[in-house]
Design a protein around this ligand. Structure first.
Ligand SMILES: Cc1cc2nc3c(=O)[nH]c(=O)nc-3n(C[C@H](O)[C@H](O)[C@H](O)COP(=O)(O)OP(=O)(O)OC[C@H]3O[C@@H](n4cnc5c(N)ncnc54)[C@H](O)[C@@H]3O)c2cc1C
Length: 380
């Protein structure tokens, strides 16, 4: 393998593999390095699928990025010849007192994102498997759905390599050095140099300190697939969903090919640091208990046997907005991390954006929401 590249990508997971593809497609000599062999089961992208929604809170940056990502996912489907996105619709449900949806409506109207507000009775009329208290409301997004995250990464990998990108799997980056002239990256396979560096290290940013210090904390997250009574929740008739209760926030997916309904909790999670073992599903009674209680209360015909489970990682910033910015000291080093449990849907657009930033192509994405300077008031 050559040792010198135009761009090195550290972390070829959701964001890094996509960036590697868009760079290679533009003819940029790119090396992607990963500690594992992506897609893999150690980071944030396994246990597919992942929701893709467009009716975002958090400003126009997110809605526009979600729409751009959607366009690029469809393009990836065409280029790869694979079905990667199921447009199931997504039903977002919340206790009215949380006030989740009304503030989003003007942004959706402006961006042309179709949404429909439903009361609890209408939700039950459409989906007999959902029981919502009257105090709940719902916002349905007919054009939302879910992505087969591992297959998306595998497709980007295949196409990136076909476009000439190199991938070095099973090689954790041990040391990075940068100056205005370029970067040097050390792995046990040797040292590699490049003009520019992209770091998309997911839950492992802490491992790269002191070269880069970001306000990101990783947490262990658990998801379960539960057997359902026949027909209530089958893919094709039942949407993806989010559910905000007074106790916490959940998300889930229909029963796809008999796998069972998949449900996870967005808030909470045990802290995790690089190098530590991740406790398996069931380590805490609540891993299953919490999910089962929520299903019993809101989707009562789906709280059957636990068929499958997974443990994954979130990497959270203090405000749960992403970090996409240049390194504070090295303009030739780009950082993309802190995807805070809602980043996968954007991976196509983030990869393309990183390629734009490498090539200094003007971008329409408003990067201020994702800038590192927003944390300047935080004392480390
Ligand atoms: C249970 C769960 C459910 C989720 N649900 C959704 C959802 O429904 N919708 C949604 O949009 N998002 C969702 N997310 C979030 C989404 O999956 C993540 O935001 C996204 O995968 C993060 O991508 P990433 O590239 O930052 O991390 P990853 O995909 O984990 O990639 C990071 C890569 O960096 C590599 N790496 C790290 N350090 C080094 C190093 N030193 N040297 C070499 N390689 C290194 C790792 O091996 C890894 O491959 C969910 C996440 C979880 C865990």
């Amino acid at each position: 393998m050559k040792n010198s590249f135009e761009v090195i990508v550290v972390g070829a997971g959701s964001m890094g593999m996509s960036a590697g593809y868009y760079l290679a497609r533009r003819g940029v000599r790119t090396l992607m390095i990963d500690s594992y062999d992506p897609p893999h089961e150690n980071g944030s992208h396994h246990g597919e699928p992942r929701l893709i929604r467009h009716a975002y809170s958090g400003g126009k940056s997110y809605i526009n990025l979600a729409l751009d990502a959607d366009r690029l996912w469809r393009e990836l489907e065409d280029t790869s010849g694979q079905k990667l996105l199921a447009r199931s619709g997504v039903l977002n449900m919340a206790d009215r007192s949380i006030g989740k949806f009304i503030p989003r409506l003007p942004g959706c109207a402006e961006a042309g994102v179709q949404v429909e507000m439903l009361d609890a009775a209408e939700v039950h009329r459409r989906y007999a498997g959902i029981t919502l208290p009257e105090s709940y409301e719902a916002m349905y997004e007919p054009n939302a759905g879910y992505l087969y995250s591992e297959q998306c990464i595998a497709a980007y990998r295949r196409l990136a390599l076909a476009e000439g990108a190199m991938l070095l799997p099973y090689n954790p980056v041990q040391h990075i050095q940068a100056d205005g002239a370029g970067v040097r990256v050390r792995t046990r396979a040797g040292e590699f140099s490049a003009d520019q560096l992209i770091i998309t290290a997911g839950a492992w940013f802490k491992h790269l300190e002191p070269f880069v210090t970001l306000p990101i904390r990783a947490v262990r997250k658990t998801v379960g697939w539960f057997r359902t009574e026949p027909h209530f929740y089958d893919a094709g008739n039942f949407p993806g969903f989010t559910l905000e209760t007074q106790e916490g926030g959940y998300y889930g997916f229909p029963n796809i090919n008999g796998a069972g309904i998949k449900i996870g909790r967005h808030d909470g999670g045990l802290p995790w640091s690089p190098g530590e073992q991740v406790a398996p599903f069931g380590h805490l009674e609540e891993d299953e208990g919490d999910l089962r209680r929520t299903l019993s209360a809101f989707l009562p015909q789906s709280a059957g046997e636990l068929l499958q489970s997974a443990v994954c990682k979130y990497e959270l910033t203090p405000d749960e907005h992403f970090i996409i910015d240049r390194h504070p000291f090295y303009a030739n080093v780009l950082l993309a991390g802190g995807f805070s449990g809602h980043g996968f849907k954007f991976a196509s657009a983030v990869g393309s954006l990183l390629a734009d930033l490498v090539q200094q192509v003007p971008t329409t994405v408003d990067l201020s929401t994702f800038s590192l300077s927003r944390f300047n008031h935080i004392k480390s």
